[in-house]
Design a protein around this ligand. Structure first.
Ligand code: KG4
Ligand code: ZN
Length: 338
């Protein structure tokens, strides 16, 4: 089964060709970082337009890289929710057009659930049930996964996603955009004990997360309290930036691992741990996930760097199972922001 996958839910335009759910023949991802950099965040209108302008060329590149043609495509998959609606719509329209023109099945998958498949590309399916953790710029969600399409949400962020907190931390520290990777690099040079940032606990909601307080603590701790003489990000020394980034990263990663530890206690039958999303590229999170999985005797599936960020290979991969188990979607498949 050769599937052509589309992903356009935020600011990456991506098309992939995947065989049998796991074998990635091509994965083309065009980032829009340069279009949004001056705004310090994704501008939905610019993102939607850029997807529309670029997607046709990216399909051609993916087919060429996969050394295949439309005639050999057996199904078309698209992440049809959630995301910026103007962006998701571009992928959905493109996928529907190709599926209709080729007369092959169309499959819609949930973008966040697809992130959990990214660690299974070029690898085997682990034993179920699993815990799933998706950490990205838009989502921080903890799942119990009984099978690829049986994902139950155990917890999620009640405010900022962890990636969003990283991006805001980068802005506060004058590190620029995109933020996550820059905070990660700065943190590797810093001392994580200089600042004691909080790990918020939500009363009666042990598996939910909150990251907006961490960002505020960083602002007050490093730039000063409102009403006092506050500093500007550009006034910070390199050492202060690195120490603040390291202390922030320690609190953010420990909060995620604490959530996993609590979920593990509530679900002692889980065998595996699936992790995905842009923040799964984080060096400290990867190290701590390895240790956690080892301590808990869980099989860890975490994607290589190239599949941590949004990509279409994870969409085409998961779609293969969905098609086998649930059949195709209709051509009236709706794009949805949620
Ligand atoms: O999954 P993704 O590409 O897009 C969304 O669906 O949101 O994730 C992007 C997020 C951004 O917030 C980015 O700052 C963060 O992932 N990110 C990182 C790292 N690399 C990317 N955060 C922390 N450490 C990193 N190394
Ligand atoms: Zn994503």
């Amino acid at each position: 089964m050769r599937i052509l996958g589309f992903e356009s839910s935020c600011d990456e335009t991506a098309v992939a060709v995947v065989d049998g759910g796991h074998q990635v023949r091509a994965s083309v991802v065009q980032s829009q970082d340069e279009l949004h950099e001056t705004y310090g965040g994704v501008v939905p209108e610019i993102a939607g337009r850029a997807h529309a302008e670029r997607i046709g060329t990216i399909v051609d590149r993916a087919l060429a890289e996969a050394k295949t043609s439309f005639d050999e495509i057996n199904a078309v998959a698209v992440a049809h929710r959630p995301g910026l609606i103007g962006s998701v719509l571009v992928g959905v329209a493109a996928a529907k057009s190709v599926a209709w023109r080729l007369g092959v099945p169309l499959v819609g998958v949930h973008h966040v659930e697809a992130h959990l498949w990214s660690g299974l590309l070029e690898d085997s399916v682990p034993s179920w049930p699993a815990l799933g953790l998706v950490v990205s710029g838009g989502h921080t969600s903890l799942y119990r996964v009984d099978a690829p399409f049986q994902c139950t949400v155990l917890g999620r962020t009640i405010d900022d996603a962890v990636g969003e907190a990283y991006d805001k931390a980068a802005a506060l520290l004058g590190l620029g955009w995109p933020g996550g990777v820059r905070v990660d690099q700065a943190a590797q040079q810093g001392n994580d004990s200089v600042y004691n940032f909080p790990m918020p606990n939500l009363k009666d909601r042990p598996l939910d997360f909150s990251f907006s307080g961490l960002k505020t603590a960083l602002r007050y701790g490093v730039l000063g309290l409102p009403g006092t003489t506050t500093r500007k990000p550009e006034e910070l020394s390199m050492e202060e930036r690195n120490d603040a980034a390291a202390s922030f990263q320690k609190a953010a990663v420990r909060t995620l691992i604490r959530g996993l530890r609590r979920a593990r206690k509530q679900h002692p039958d889980v065998q595996s741990l699936l992790v995905g999303g842009g923040v799964s590229a984080n060096s400290r999170l990867r190290d701590e996930l390895e240790s956690f999985a080892q301590d808990e005797s869980l099989t860890l599936r975490i994607p290589p760097m190239k599949w941590c960020v949004d990509n279409a290979a994870m969409v085409a991969g998961l779609a293969c199972v969905r098609l086998q188990e649930e059949g195709p979607a209709s051509l009236s498949l709706a794009a949805s922001p949620r």
